[in-house]
Every structure is written in C-alpha cells, then in structure tokens.
Design a protein around this ligand. Structure first.
Ligand code: FDP
Length: 285
C-alpha cells in the first residue's frame, strides 16, 4: 500500500523535473495562504502531485503548501494521508540552483506522532529521491528507472554549518552558537534551498542546519507539515536529531513530539548530528 504512494511520487518527480526543464519561471498574480508569491511551476507541480495522490485507493486525503485547506476524499477506504510541499525553493529556481519537493505520509491524522514515512525529491544536476521509513534510502533516476544507491547515515558529529534566516535578526544566543561552530572549524554551506541544504548534510554525514526564531519572524519560516516534520523524521531515522519549538514557548523539544494548531504553521527548527544538536540545546537554554 505504502509502495503505491512511493511509486506515484517517483513517477510525479519525473514529470516535475520535466516542468523545471521548460524554463518558465514567471511569478503569477496569486499568493499562497502563507503569503508567498506563486510561480507558475509551483501551481503546476502542485496539480501533478495532487492529482496523482488523490487517484490512489490507499490515500484518503492530502494537504499541500499550495492549498488553503486539507482535501479529504469522500467514502475513501484509504489508510494514508499525504502532506507535501510540491516545489520548495521558489526563490532560487530562476537562478538554476537545486530545488526540491518534500512529503510526509501519515496514518489517521496530520500529527507528527502519526508520521510513518517521509522523504524528498531533489531536482539538481541529477534527479534524486530520499525516502525514510525504518532507514533512509537514497535513490537516483538514470533516465529509465529509479535505482536505490544505499542508505544515508549521520555520524555523531559533522563539519558543515548551514545557518538560515536574516543574520541581523538572530538572537544573541544564536549568533554566539553559529560563530562558535565556525571557530571550531565548521564550514559554511548554504544555498537558500531547504532540500539541497539538508540533503548536503545527509550526504556528508552531518553538521547543523538551523532556521531559528528571528526578531522579524518569531515563529521561524519553515512550515511544520510540509517541511519540518518530514525532515525531522528523516534526520532521526538517519541517526541524527531535530529540535524546535512552537508558539510562545521557545524552549526546544524534539520536533516529532510537537503538536500544531494549524496546517500552515511554521516553527523555528534545527537539524543535525547529535553533537551539534547538543550544542543547540545548550546555547538556546
Ligand atoms: P523559498 O522561500 O525559496 O521557498 O521554504 C522556504 C525556503 O525557500 C526554504 O527552502 C529555504 O531553506 C528558506 O526558505 C530560505 O529562507 P532564507 O532566505 O530566509 O534563508
């Protein structure tokens, strides 16, 4: 059953990759519910995933970053719900940097505790996909078929620092943390796309990706259902950790223990190997 969803996502990935090659990156007049300007490809990619997923018997509903509300099928016997960001990284797509699609597969409802699998597709020089269930499997498309090229496992400590958000709006605690990692020898890698930036950490065995609470965005920028929960699941299954906070309570907890009030909610978040997440917890105490 889950296999049918993964198969559908792999087929959709090839279609979205084709869309991106058409070089049509104009903004539409519309914005999504979060207020982001929509590109034509955001909407087209959304329609591809939406149609394919709602066409599966095993899927009883979906929820997309580009849709105002979750969509539930009438009289469905399906077991699964799928939340997705059809095209993450709209602001860098026109400069030909890698972008991605992110998805989470849920039982019962869209709460982190019911997440049973998640993954992402990365549209870069190559088309790749990562799927986390019990372990984290890395697939590559060779223009004919998807091949599993092995599993992604994080070391206890990495070497990369990927700090998101506008630096002048970081808290002093966060500035000190980021600077201290650089002083330890961590190297900066930040493209501005969550998928390639986190994929880089997963492929290189670890490090820290952070998108904290900032003075202009106290709830961070990255969305729980479409971005943060799926990556938290992937990082944990790869042997790393993911922490964040919700609302006014800024104390950090395991992301997959957090509960959201609305499907488009965003939250400050930190993904990394054990060492870096320990550093985050200490610094943000
Ligand atoms: P984008 O706005 O281009 O869609 O989810 C939004 C996102 O990109 C992430 O992919 C990325 O990590 C983040 O925003 C980048 O935000 P900053 O430019 O504020 O760092």
């Amino acid at each position: 059953m889950l296999y049918s969803i993964i198969d559908a996502l792999q087929k959709s990935a090839v279609c979205v990759d084709g869309l991106l090659k058409k070089c049509d990156f104009d903004y539409l007049e519309s914005t999504n519910i979060t207020g982001d300007n929509q590109l034509g490809v955001d909407v087209e990619a959304n329609n591809i995933f939406k149609e394919v997923l709602l066409g599966l018997d095993s899927v009883k509903g979906i929820c997309s970053e580009e849709e105002d509300e979750a969509i539930y099928k009438k009289d469905s016997n399906g077991m699964y719900l799928v939340a997705f960001d059809p095209l993450d990284g709209s602001s860098i797509v026109s400069s030909n940097l890698s972008v991605g699609s992110i998805f989470g597969i849920y039982n019962e409802d869209f709460s982190a505790k019911n997440l049973i699998a998640s993954g992402y597709i990365i549209y870069g020089p190559r088309l790749e996909m990562v799927i986390a269930q019990d372990s984290v499997n890395h697939y590559i498309y060779n223009n004919e078929e998807w091949r599993n090229i092995g599993s992604l496992i994080l070391n206890d400590k990495g070497k990369i620092n990927s700090p998101g958000g506008t630096q002048k709006n970081w808290s002093t605690k966060h500035k000190i943390l980021i600077e201290s990692l650089f002083l330890e020898g961590y190297r900066l890698r930040y493209s501005g796309g969550m998928v390639p930036d986190l994929h880089n950490l997963l492929c290189k065995g670890g490090g820290l990706f952070s998108y904290p609470s900032t003075s202009d965005a106290p709830n961070g920028k990255l969305r729980a259902l479409f971005e943060v929960f799926p990556f938290a699941f992937i990082f944990e299954k790869a042997g790393g950790e993911a922490v964040g906070s919700i609302g006014d309570n800024l104390s950090l907890c395991r992301i997959l223990d957090l509960e959201i009030d609305s499907i488009h909610q965003s939250l400050p978040c930190f993904f990394g190997s054990k060492y870096e997440i320990d550093r985050v917890k200490l610094a943000h105490k």
